[in-house]
Design a protein around this ligand. Sequence first.
Ligand code: NAI
Length: 650
Amino acid sequence: MPVTIEPRGDLALVVIDNPPVNATSKAVRAGLMEAAEKVDADPAVRGAVLLCRGRTFVAGGDVSEFDGEPQPPHLPDVVARIEAAAKPWLAAMHGTAFGGGLELALGCRWRIAAKGTRLGLPEVTLGLIPGAGGTIRLPRLVPLELAARMASQGQPITAALAREAGLLDAVVGGELEAEALTYLAAALTAPLPPRTLNRPAPAVADQQFWAAQRAAADKKLRGQTAPGFALQSLRNALGMPAPEALAQERQIHLNLRKAPESKALRHVFFAERAALKAPVDAKPGPLEAAGVVGGGTMGAGIAVAFLDAGLPVTLLERDQASLDRGLAAVARILDGAVKRGRLSQADRDARWGRLAGSLDTAALGTADVVVEAVFESLEVKREVFGRLDAACKPGAVLATNTSYIDPNAIAAATSRPDAVVGLHFFSPANVMKLLEVVRTDTVSDQTLATAWALARKLGKTPVLAGVCDGFIGNRILKVFRREAERLLLSGAHPGDVDHAMRAFGLPMGPFEAQDLAGLDIAAAMRAASRERGETVFAPVADRLVAAGRLGQKAGCGWYDYEAGDRTPRPSDEVAEIIADEAAKAGAERKDLSTETIQRLILGPMVAEGRQIVAEGIAASPAAVDLVEILGFGFPRWRGGLMHWGEAAGL
Ligand code: NAI
């Protein structure tokens, strides 16, 4: 039974026990309905405490139920029943009181929470709005601005803030059950507070207020429609009789459940959860200390990711000057986080205290995991792995961050190829959530299990990738760039392509992105590919690099820039190069619509993704989706490349 009643003197404890997160599944809703009836009918009971077993209060709805027709009893009816109860209820929360959980609490007369509890209405992050009164009851308890922020941005708040704002009656430090019973017993000696829905709604806010809320939400959840609906429902709460506002909220919620945006976001939600489960059944090794080889762009970021996760890190470099540069790069990242208010000075210092630099491979002898991020050269990497093999303790995971080199060839440089795995981080490595775990032919299950445990420790989402050129993400990136350039020869301008991809929902178009990163980076990758005997199609980019048009840092790239101004301006020189290359290729040039550009770029990317799955490089289309969303900024609300391609009928 997921809901039980435990008598406590003249009070009743209504206990939800529905692991893992006490979601409001059908059985829970039915159990709560029944509990409300029983409590009301029991003359010995004066009031009820609602609490949850396990690690959290109700953390939301049961997302797996969202695909089907809603099953009675419906959550809004359950909340209404609790709110109408003759014997008043108190919600005692811990962990995360999210979505339907918070809505249940809003139906209670009192709300208390353990220290550290987080409360929120995250429905918009699944393309939904609350469906059981969240947007109607919340503004009756907290300032409108906070209610709007919670409902339209989906960000949780702390118990301390909730107490200050009027959402909680108390934050308690002791044992929650005992505190709740004591609180309720005392509260019942005073006049009852009004039911939430009977409290007055705040005064109607002006146009400017709503516009500001919308802008703030759009910044957080770019491209999504759900935040606008959440705000609409809040406006209803202010301007309509409560029953009408509740009915409208429910209707919007049910409509959104069936809409592509929510289906896409739910797909990603499940894909992310599934990704955290290791693909092998083995026990991970210990993860107490880490090593990083190479303190360049990636090595410094990877070191910070380890430090953020609480691990001590030894950074190994090839000479003192490079080591100094690497340590300075780590310091710069940490100091930047302090400056932006993301990290306290004390936490920064603690991280710095866990970092050591060295020029001697023997210093990595105690590390449980070492990530190599030296130059992209097989020769250099094999030499490094030979040394790691000699210095590292048995059982240590030896990982390479290579982008394109075959990790099997790196593993072969050691006497323990079972311990070698690819851990492909994305830049900036301390920020980006994606970790491609590249499975070598020889890797052991234990090494893979440890890689999974490490990803979790670092707060990253691991995706298993097989060995091929570019693995999953960079292989698709190549197609993206190739097709973008092909469109230039067919008549599009760089600005048309960038605009089309931004309109689709990418944070940046391919050409402005290259101008920002520097065209030399992609050029180096092309050079390496050609060295491996591949043909690479980049006739225009090659000529831009040859002409010194390396991007923003050179004042010109795919676009022209004026000094001190990052605004991209169309370039006559680039237009001439494009026209010249198009003539050479015999390409017919014509105007291309935004939609045509999107399809002509994304279609081949989807085809490549399908090929990657067919070859077994990615385990599923969902794995490709995660790579594109978490590594390349593909819009989450479109569900990822493959989910979108399927929905678009490609
Ligand atoms: P980088 O050139 O910024 O840094 C490489 C560092 O390795 C330098 O600090 C160098 O001094 C050091 N190093 C070279 N040989 C060494 C040796 N034998 N022992 C110790 N240290 C040595 O390069 P970056 O961009 O950090 O890339 C490193 C690796 O990560 C490459 O394999 C690259 O393909 C891969 N990668 C790069 C990404 C990027 O966005 N830059 C993304 C994902 C992977």
